[in-house]
Design a protein around this ligand. Structure first.
Ligand code: ZN
Length: 239
């Protein structure tokens, strides 16, 4: 069993709730699909937790923004404000950790080529969003392609969307899949619970799981840190 988490976005309350859920299921393998920071109030705490997990992790566009590897023009106004705020508070050793993360990880799991990437793995530094109805050339990249970035949890095959928001689905051996675990720290599918997924490589199933967390606490920390209030408000709305 592998738990795949993505888009934590400095939301410590959501990350802790998701990791508790993963621990309760006795899952030891975790992969992180990037954007550990940006938007929320606890970048250092979130990076330190991911570091300690010693899990596989790729880099995301917000991580790139804080590293100065992506222009602030690429981000919307509030995203750019959050990156500037994060740059001020991030510890040098945590910045170094973000800088050590690869854009793509490729693994062989049960004979399948499995790709982990923040955005479209075809052009990782373009940061192209892949949405639930995506049925395009990305499927040449691998058999199972895990991406984050859009904050929308879904499972889809070359024929189109199979699962949205939450639930379990059996994968077929001869098909290719694109899977987004959704966002831990800033879900945008209208559901305000943190989102992640589990890949059961033995039964060949994917489950998208939603976890409640203390949104109020995350909101209050965003406001008291001087970050834009909307970055806290949107957590209640899941968008
Ligand atoms: Zn993100």
């Amino acid at each position: 069993m592998i738990a795949i988490i993505s888009d934590i976005h400095s939301n410590l309350e959501a990350l802790e709730a998701v990791l508790k859920d993963i621990k309760n299921r006795n899952i030891k393998n975790i992969v992180c699909l990037g954007d550990i920071i940006g938007y929320g109030a606890n970048p250092n705490e979130c990076i330190e937790i991911i570091k300690k997990l010693n899990c596989l992790s790729v880099v995301g566009n917000h991580d790139y923004g804080v590293l100065g590897k992506e222009s602030l023009d690429f981000f919307n106004e509030l995203g750019a404000i959050a990156i500037l705020w994060t740059k001020k508070v991030i510890k040098p050793e945590n910045l170094k950790f973000l800088d050590s993360l690869p854009l793509i990880i490729e693994e062989k799991i049960k004979g399948k080529k499995v790709i982990f990437s923040h955005a479209n793995p075809k052009y990782p530094e373009i940061w192209e969003y892949l949405y639930p109805d995506y049925t395009n050339e990305v499927f040449d990249c691998g058999d199972l392609i895990f991406v984050g970035h859009s904050h929308i949890p879904f499972v889809n095959s070359e024929e189109g969307n199979l699962l949205l928001h939450e639930g379990k689905i059996s994968l077929e051996d001869d098909k290719k899949y694109l899977i987004n675990p959704g966002s831990v720290g800033q879900p945008r599918d209208g559901i305000n619970k943190a989102s992640y997924c589990i890949f059961d490589e033995k039964s060949f199933k994917i489950e998208i799981i939603r976890v409640e967390y203390d949104i109020k606490k995350a909101y209050e920390k965003i406001v008291s840190s001087g970050l834009p209030e909307w970055l806290g408000e949107r957590l209640f709305l899941g968008r």
